[in-house]
Design a protein around this ligand. Structure first.
Ligand SMILES: [Zn+2]
Length: 365
């Protein structure tokens, strides 16, 4: 196994990350499926694609799936983990009869434009609800929404909005405010964590990948790579899927007793409806699913929230090409990607540990 410097796995842009991922797949002689998003393009007009690499048998009954960049800018972290899985030969340790599927940059627009949302201002990881039914309500978000994206970012509207958020946090607690925002909402298309009113491109793409690659699978280990929540450099494994089923216990058996759950309150993450694991539950009713989010901490919660507020303000009321644009874009990138060797090393070590445990778990029993 080759040991790479952290910089070999991480990239400075979506395009560089994609090139590194494709080159790593090519060197491993693994086929790539590239799925273009024809409804959007990068900031320089470059094409945007989600790339899928598969290793192992075609009709495998057991499959480990690792996805990156459903939250766009979080792809700096997830892409690096996937490039490491390939470059450092971890994929060669697949148990027999087991496949590995790597889905790179599921929201390529957000990755390329340094946004957490997609081209429709939608949080893709809140979009997997049943859109023909009434959308889930989030009354707590309604209290905060007026303060999240002020009409100016450096003037009186911002100052007044910050006061509003501060007052809510003082009255109800910071965790109340964070959970209210993170929980997702379906009422304000211009707001934060908006789950959309119909299935977006990344949703349809993820479902098509599931149908093409997982239809024959009876055991599925799903690892969705994220960043921006929790202590610096720490990789929290958060159970996703049906809390009432046996998946949580199995995830703890595979990954350790420190696997958390939003449903029982042990996680730093709020309960999230319409997340990517929901699509697996819906599409693969008869399969055994063990789904986690692997969430890497970066900077403090308020810093992450303010970076997202600034980014939403820039795209709704400002102009990314204006003089103030680069600082706001740098802030959101830094909120989800710590460009430091110690952070990169901790991310990689934890990601490699989780993949190794997934192989052991799915291969046993
Ligand atoms: Zn995320």
């Amino acid at each position: 196994m080759r040991i790479l410097a952290a910089t070999a796995r991480f990239s400075e842009s979506y395009t560089e990350a994609r090139q590194k991922f494709l080159a790593a797949a090519d060197d491993a002689r693994l086929a790539v499926e590239s799925l273009p998003n024809s409804g959007a393009q990068g900031p320089g007009g470059e094409p945007l694609l989600t790339d899928v690499v598969r290793a192992g048998p075609t009709e495998a009954e057991r499959i480990v799936v690792a996805t990156s960049g459903v939250h766009g800018v979080e792809g700096f972290c997830g892409s690096a983990c996937q490039i490491g899985f390939l470059r450092e030969g971890l994929w060669r340790a697949l148990p027999s009869g087991t496949a590995l599927l790597l889905v790179h940059a599921l929201n390529p627009y957000g990755f390329a434009h340094l946004r957490r949302v997609n081209e429709d201002n939608v949080d893709v990881n809140r979009n997997f609800i049943e859109h023909d039914r009434p959308a889930p309500a989030n009354p707590a978000y309604e209290e905060i929404h007026p303060f999240l994206v002020p009409s100016d970012w450096d003037g009186p509207a911002r100052a007044s909005a910050d006061e509003g958020i501060g007052a809510l946090a003082a009255a109800r607690g910071l965790s109340y405010v964070q959970a209210a925002v993170q929980g997702g909402q379906y009422a304000h298309p211009d707001g934060l964590f908006y789950g959309g009113s119909r299935p977006v491109w990344s949703n349809l793409t993820w479902r098509s990948i599931i149908r093409r690659h997982l239809a024959a699978s009876r055991r599925v280990a799903f690892i969705d790579l994220h960043s921006g929540l929790g202590p610096y450099g720490q990789g929290e494994a958060i159970f996703r899927g049906r809390f009432a089923g046996d998946g949580y216990a199995r995830a703890r058996g595979w990954y350790g007793a420190d696997v958390t759950s939003s449903e029982d309150g042990s996680s730093t993450s709020a309960v999230i409806v319409g997340n990517m694991a929901t699509a697996l539950d819906q599409e693969l009713a008869g399969a055994e699913l063990t789904s986690i989010t692997l969430e890497f901490g970066t900077v403090s919660g308020p810093e992450v929230l303010n970076a997202m507020r600034g980014d939403h303000w820039l795209h709704l009321h400002g102009d990314p090409a204006s003089a103030g644009g680069p600082a706001i874009k740098a802030a959101i990138r830094d909120a989800f990607y710590c460009d430091r060797d110690d952070w990169k090393d901790r991310v990689w070590e934890r990601a490699a540990e989780i993949l190794t445990r997934a192989f052991a778990g799915i291969g046993a029993g």
